[in-house]
Design a protein around this ligand. Structure first.
Ligand code: KIV
Length: 266
């Protein structure tokens, strides 16, 4: 089956088919998430927290994202793979942004890139789109700006802040972004943004009125306990199940009951 393209994503919005995006960081997970029918696999810089163990996404580099994009592309065949541009890979200049976005496409193997910021990122988005790179925007709670925002907190509260989000989404659309992630904003504000643009909105902690949803796979599977935002629905408790499974293994090794004859060569 060929990979989904920006055309497919646009058609999903036109037909009213919700878009299911989930993060992925390695080939094994990518394979499972692809088989489960995820439309878009985001190689998010959230990997800095859930894979690398940092307390923010800031330490993630281009080399890290390229490495994980390659793995996710190898493990999947249908979903569109979106590579996240890490902190300081697109803020310094439009030229640097274009170069790094191109690297995620050419070396990472991605079908699109994502970057944070509305109006301030529009010139970089425009340059990427002109170079043939599909771009997903990201507004609301933008984790790379966590220090400026004063923590991981709800954005877009109040009339003025909501209006700025609508403007930001329009700027990204004008610059050519084909979709926009809305993170941690009140559901009515996400509804306003979705009504104001033609491109699909993909929500995370943004309520039900978006055209699609995205979750961090480690969060939704119960693998990451350090921080669980209210919007995370845990569809599994793989953390607890992993602990129990590995404890059984450890107990059997200590008791010399593993490997039994069944798992040994004669
Ligand atoms: O890095 C990431 O995983 C993201 C999602 C939370 C949208 O940007």
């Amino acid at each position: 089956m060929p990979r989904l393209t920006t055309l497919d994503i646009r058609q999903m919005k036109e037909k009213g088919d919700p878009i299911a995006m989930v993060t992925a960081y390695d080939a094994t997970f990518a394979h499972l998430l692809d088989q489960a029918g995820a439309d878009m696999l985001l190689v998010g810089d959230s990997l800095g927290m859930v894979v690398q163990g940092h307390d923010s996404t800031l330490p993630v580099t281009m080399d890290h994202i390229v490495y994980h994009c390659q793995a996710v592309c190898r493990g999947s065949s249908r979903a569109m793979v979106v590579g996240d541009l890490p902190f300081m890979s697109y803020q310094i200049s439009v030229e640097r942004a274009l170069e790094n976005a191109g690297r995620l496409m050419a070396s990472g193997g991605c079908g699109a890139v994502k970057l944070e910021g509305g109006e301030r990122s529009a010139p970089a988005v425009r340059a990427m789109v002109e170079a043939g790179i599909p771009v997903v925007g990201h507004i609301g709670l933008t984790p790379q700006s966590v220090n400026a925002l004063g923590g991981f907190r709800v954005q877009g509260k109040g009339e003025e802040a909501a209006r700025r989000l609508v403007d930001d989404a329009k700027r990204l659309e004008d610059a050519g972004a084909f979709a926009v992630v809305l993170e941690t904003i009140p559901a009515p504000v996400a509804e306003m943004v979705t009504a104001a643009v033609q491109i699909p909105t993909i929500g995370i902690g943004a309520g039900v009125h978006c055209d699609g949803q995205v979750l961090v796979c480690y969060d939704m599977l119960g693998l990451f306990d350090e921080m669980t935002p209210r919007f995370v629905k845990r569809y599994e408790e793989l953390g607890a199940r992993t602990r129990a499974a590995v404890k059984s293994y450890v107990d059997e090794v200590k008791a010399r009951t593993f490997p039994s004859d069944e798992y040994s060569y004669r």
